[in-house]
Design a protein around this ligand. Structure first.
Ligand SMILES: Cc1ncc(COP(=O)(O)O)c(C=O)c1O
Length: 394
């Protein structure tokens, strides 16, 4: 039986809510409506207890103390807080910030915002494999560097940065290390102590949790992260982020995190198998296809392919049975070639003929076989010549 189309392959944009997460959230919308910040009655206490349980689950996935984890509306807010908050606190003494050019738009634009207020930003070029050049990073660190911000897994091309090595360099230099883990949290092992991460951004809807919730980890000691809160108000979340929390959303994120903890290995094995099953026939049929980003240091749930010479719009319309994303990925409000693909050496034209295929927990082998066949048929119909450029090794 043919699978139901369009097949969802946009797991980097968002993931379907895990039904177990939805079940856990439900009671906190209606009976459990209390304000978790109300300290004078049972409605508030119960909601608060649920929020604290969720905080523990999030912290447990990154080896953090629950007291260092604060809920936000998502990774966009966490990234804004990390960059603007730290630079506002430190820029008088340390106005320097280091950011790779391939970071998510919300990091890039937060860095541009602090630059308008006097910060100096070093935009780190990335290697053609999409990975950071640790020597370049070491050279860029200086006495006035306050913060280095590097994402763990790239949202457009799936490469996994050497987070522990970056953390070690930053710690030695006495510089805070912020890691945008929106695409990594719950998918690959992360350990804020083992990796010397001082700030981390987390998103709920990338891990089969709800949208509109995320978290930020802020190291409390050795070193204690200094920052200025970016949301003024009632002082909730220990003053880090004012605003009434939604217990339902917090419970959803907590539940998604605890499921991710138990399923991380099996999810990863499932995704790796399906990635091979998808990519292998395409590479066999079309050896000239380019897999963007390093072939080894990668999260295989993200397969970004360039099809040089193929009209990207035509290809995308031939793939309407697949819910995929073109190169511009998460920055859906903008069009044009992806700055990430251009930064790793794709031409403007090749960047425009690139597609990101996402594979996740709920993807089935039947869907993958159908997707691979659909891609091969579309390319054949578009007359993409077979060339002998060698098939990538598995
Ligand atoms: C790497 C990365 N950072 C940040 C974000 C923003 O996350 P959120 O949707 O939770 O604000 C995303 C998602 O698009 C992402 O992929």
């Amino acid at each position: 039986m043919a699978p139901k189309t369009p097949i969802y392959m946009d797991y980097q944009a968002t993931t379907p809510l895990d039904p177990k997460v939805f079940t856990a959230m439900q009671r906190w919308f209606v009976e459990g409506f209390g304000n978790p910040h109300s300290s004078t009655h049972r409605y508030g206490w119960e909601a608060e207890a649920a929020v604290e349980e969720a905080r523990k689950s999030v912290a447990g996935l990154i080896n953090a103390d629950a007291k260092s984890v604060f809920f936000t509306s998502g990774a966009t807010e966490s990234n804004n807080l990390a960059i603007k908050g730290v630079m506002e606190a430190l820029s008088a003494q340390k106005p320097h910030l280091i950011i790779p050019v391939t970071e998510h738009k919300c990091v890039v634009e937060s860095a541009q915002a602090v630059a308008r207020h006097g910060a100096r930003v070093t935009w780190l070029p990335m290697k053609p494999d999409g990975l950071i050049d640790l020597d370049l990073l070491a050279q860029a660190l200086s006495d006035d560097t306050a913060l280095v911000s590097v994402m763990a897994v790239n949202n457009e091309i799936g490469v996994i940065q050497p987070v522990a090595e970056i953390g070690a360099l930053c710690r030695k230099a006495g510089v805070y290390f912020h890691c945008d883990a929106a695409q990594a949290f719950g998918k690959i092992p992360l350990d804020v102590d083992g990796m010397n991460i001082d700030l981390m951004s987390i998103s709920g809807h990338k891990i089969y949790g709800p949208k509109g919730i995320g978290a930020i980890y802020l190291r409390r000691a050795r070193p204690r992260v200094r920052y200025v809160p970016q949301m003024a108000g009632g002082g909730q979340e220990g003053g880090v982020r004012s605003g009434t929390l939604s217990p339902a959303l917090c419970v959803g994120l907590g539940q998604a995190a605890s499921i991710a903890k138990t399923r991380m290995q099996s999810d990863q094995a499932h995704i790796n198998d399906l990635a091979k099953r998808f990519l292998h026939p395409i590479e066999q049929a079309f050896p000239q296809v380019i897999l963007n980003g390093d072939r080894h240091a990668r999260f295989w749930g993200n397969i970004n392919l360039s099809f040089p010479g193929v009209d990207g719009d035509l290809l995308l319309s031939s793939l309407r049975d697949l819910a995929v994303s073109s190169g511009a990925a998460c920055a859906s409000a903008t069009s044009g070639p992806s700055y990430v693909l251009e930064a790793i050496g794709r031409s403007r034209k090749d960047a425009l003929s690139s597609i990101r295929f996402g594979i996740g927990r709920f993807t089935t082998p039947e869907e993958i076989d159908f997707a691979a066949r659909t891609v091969i048929t579309a390319l054949t119909e578009l007359g993409w010549d077979k060339k002998e450029h060698g098939v990538g090794a598995w």
